[in-house]
Design a protein around this ligand. Structure first.
Ligand code: ADP
Ligand code: MG
Length: 628
């Protein structure tokens, strides 16, 4: 049985939608190990096409290739990857070395793809470089070599995984006479070691040194001439023990690619980091301002509260109070009384009716001057103070004054002003006041009426629950008021502001994502040929995809890190500038935002890298290698 058998190989290309070109019409041949076969033919006769089919790069043909009794057509995609990796080694006219890695790395990359041990890789690469007489240039970069030297490195790479078959497509086509002879000599030695070597050539001289010459014309084998056989010292091939490329090596490759275009990588990362930093800053700013509001606007010993009333002014029942107490975010609720338009005051020659007179249970509005009332005192709002004291300094003047309260036909009560509170939004412009429940009851008793508990003071656990509690209370149908309602508005505005800024941040994130997409896409186009090389030496589609995805992930990690540094810097500067407020306006206590920022950045760039990576993986290796 022949070692390698080609049976009725046919290949056609679609030139246009209706026209096809039959390049290989019917190729049948048998090959033995230890042969050195020259493949001759005019330009365009289909030699490269045949080599690409034999090399496993092109699987779109009809007919059979049978290697050691196995049909190549039966191989799965993974088995084909293995075939290219370990059983054939390809050499091209244009060398196809990877330009950004050293000579020895170029040889090692084929072994990396096979997952060979790092130490074995280096040893074996040096040995192979010795075989092609290039050991002195191991650390050089490909562009520092002559054409002949490059081709010898390419041969070493083709031998890396100790394949059984070497396919060389015009290896001497671009070389001077001397280099060409050396390359042919090396190929001959390879054949002597028991491998099957197939060399495409135009040169009769090259063909002369082969053990067999096959000429292709018109898509069929025109001539098959045996010459002097190679003295083959056929040795049993020790196939390299090989699996797949390790994740670490994929990461190294990805990193090297980024490093090769490091200026671009850094620029993109910086540009992308701005969006991420904006989001981190927005979140930290919002957290910082909320902290500020909590710590400054609300002194810690003061209770956050609302006052609620039934719209019809009726008393609160016990079960109603219980319901309110059980609301989320409510810490306490207790009944108080509010008397509207019932009580009048007299102060010297002035007088009038109070819009509201409330009892002092629970939290009272924040004092502007003075203190909250004790028994026999009254706590009045600014409008009230203005009514009784005509001067500019009415707030201070009012404290300590004595006013008389009375209800129509009832007895009056004298009270000292203990303090003045701000009008607030609810009853602005109208006189309002607070007195003790006993005082208000006395006034009601004097006209024979009972005081109802028509107001409920609702204490809220913390400022962040304010707006939710307010909403719940309004849903229950109560009229909600109280000084702290405006604080709840402030917090709502902060939330709103955060949302708007977050939207702006999100837009910049989208821009970043598009940028990563474009950069990776350009990178795929630039590296098309290299992708072809990686595929030719056995790299699977998934290997290629993962290289690009890791590049995206690295870009994301770098820009995330830059974003953290950027936002910390801005935060520190802003906080130094606003230090007089006594609290950091931008919070940097939230480490979670920074970690989230980095993760978001990585996620974002991996997502935008998905399409370019898949595009790279799907590239046709033959087409890619054909690229100039
Ligand atoms: P050579 O013997 O010079 O290596 P090739 O195998 O490269 O020839 O090409 C054989 C023929 O197939 C040529 O006529 C070429 O134009 C045609 N050909 C090669 N690749 C393609 C392709 N991808 N699409 C269409 N025609 C192609
Ligand atoms: Mg060709």
């Amino acid at each position: 049985m022949a070692y390698l058998q080609l049976a009725n190989i046919k290949k056609e290309y679609n030139i246009s939608r209706t026209e096809t070109q039959q390049v290989l019409r019917n190729i049948s041949a048998e090959f033995k190990q230890g042969e050195m076969v020259a493949l001759l033919g005019e330009s365009g006769s289909g030699k490269s096409t045949l080599i690409n089919i034999l090399g496993g790069l092109d699987t779109n043909y009809t007919g059979s290739i049978i290697l050691n009794g196995e049909f190549l057509k039966d191989y799965t995609e993974k088995q084909m990857d293995d075939y290219r990796k370990k059983r054939v080694g390809m050499i091209f006219q244009s060398y196809n070395l990877i330009s950004n890695i050293s000579v020895i790395e170029n040889v090692k990359i084929a072994m990396k793809i096979s997952g060979l041990d790092e130490k074995i890789q280096t040893e074996r690469a040096m040995k192979l470089l010795k075989v092609v007489k290039m050991e002195h240039a191991a650390e050089k970069m490909p562009n520092q070599l002559s054409g002949g030297q490059k081709q010898r490195v390419a041969i070493a790479r083709a031998l890396a995984n100790n394949p059984e078959i070497i396919l060389a497509d015009e290896p001497t086509g671009a070389l001077d006479k001397e280099s060409a002879e050396l390359v042919m000599l090396i190929l001959k030695k390879i054949a002597e070691s028991g491998k099957l070597v197939i060399v495409v050539t135009h040169s009769q001289k090259v063909a002369g040194s082969c053990s067999r010459v096959i000429s292709i014309a018109e898509g069929v084998i025109a001539q098959d001439v045996k010459a002097t056989p190679i003295k083959s010292k056929s040795r049993a091939r020790r196939p390299v023990k090989a699996g797949g490329i390790s994740t670490k090596n994929i990461m190294v490759l990805a990193w090297k690619n980024l490093w090769r275009s490091r200026q671009r990588s850094v620029l993109v990362s910086v540009a992308m980091s701005i969006g991420i930093a904006a989001v981190i800053l927005i979140l930290s700013l919002s957290a910082g301002i909320t902290d500020y509001v909590n710590s400054v606007l609300i002194s810690s010993d003061e209770v956050l509260s609302f006052e609620i009333e039934n719209p019809d002014g009726t008393s609160f029942t016990d079960s109603e109070i219980k319901t309110v107490e059980k609301l989320d975010g409510v810490s306490d609720a207790y009944a108080a009384a509010i008397s509207k338009n019932n009580v009048s005051y007299k102060y010297g020659s002035v007088g009038g009716t109070l819009l509201t007179l409330s009892t002092t249970e629970g939290a009272l509005p924040q004092t502007v001057v003075g203190a909250t009332p004790l028994e026999g005192q009254i706590y009045i709002n600014e409008s009230f103070a203005k009514d009784i004291c005509p001067g500019d300094d009415y707030v201070n003047e009012a404290v300590g004054e004595v006013v008389e309260l009375y209800m129509e036909q009832g007895q009056s009560v004298s009270l000292t002003v203990s303090g003045v509170y701000g009008d607030g939004s609810s009853y602005s412009g109208f006189s309002c006041a607070y007195v003790s429940r006993d005082t208000l009851e006395t006034l009601y008793d004097s006209v024979g009426r009972t005081l109802l508990s028509n107001k409920l003071i609702v204490c809220v656990e913390n400022s962040s629950s304010l707006s939710a509690v307010r909403e719940d209370l309004e849903t229950l149908g109560y009229t909600v008021s109280g000084e702290n309602a405006s604080l709840s508005d402030i917090l709502t505005y902060i939330d709103l502001g955060t949302m708007v800024l977050t939207a702006v941040g999100a837009i910049s994130l989208v821009v970043s994502a598009i940028m990563i997409f474009i950069v990776l896409y350009i990178s795929v186009i630039e590296r098309t040929k290299e992708i072809g090389v990686l595929r030719a030496i056995g790299g699977s589609k998934s290997n290629i995809r993962r290289i690009f995805l890791f590049e995206a992930a690295f870009l994301g990690a770098i820009s995330g890190t830059i974003a953290v540094a950027l936002s910390l810097t801005v935060a520190i500067i802003v906080n130094v500038c606003t230090a007089s407020l006594g609290v950091g306006i931008v919070s940097y206590g939230y480490g979670v935002y920074y970690i989230a920022g980095i993760l978001l950045s990585i996620l974002l760039s991996v997502c935008s890298g998905l399409a370019p990576a898949s595009y790279a993986a799907a590239l046709d290796p033959v087409e890619s290698l054909r690229r100039e």
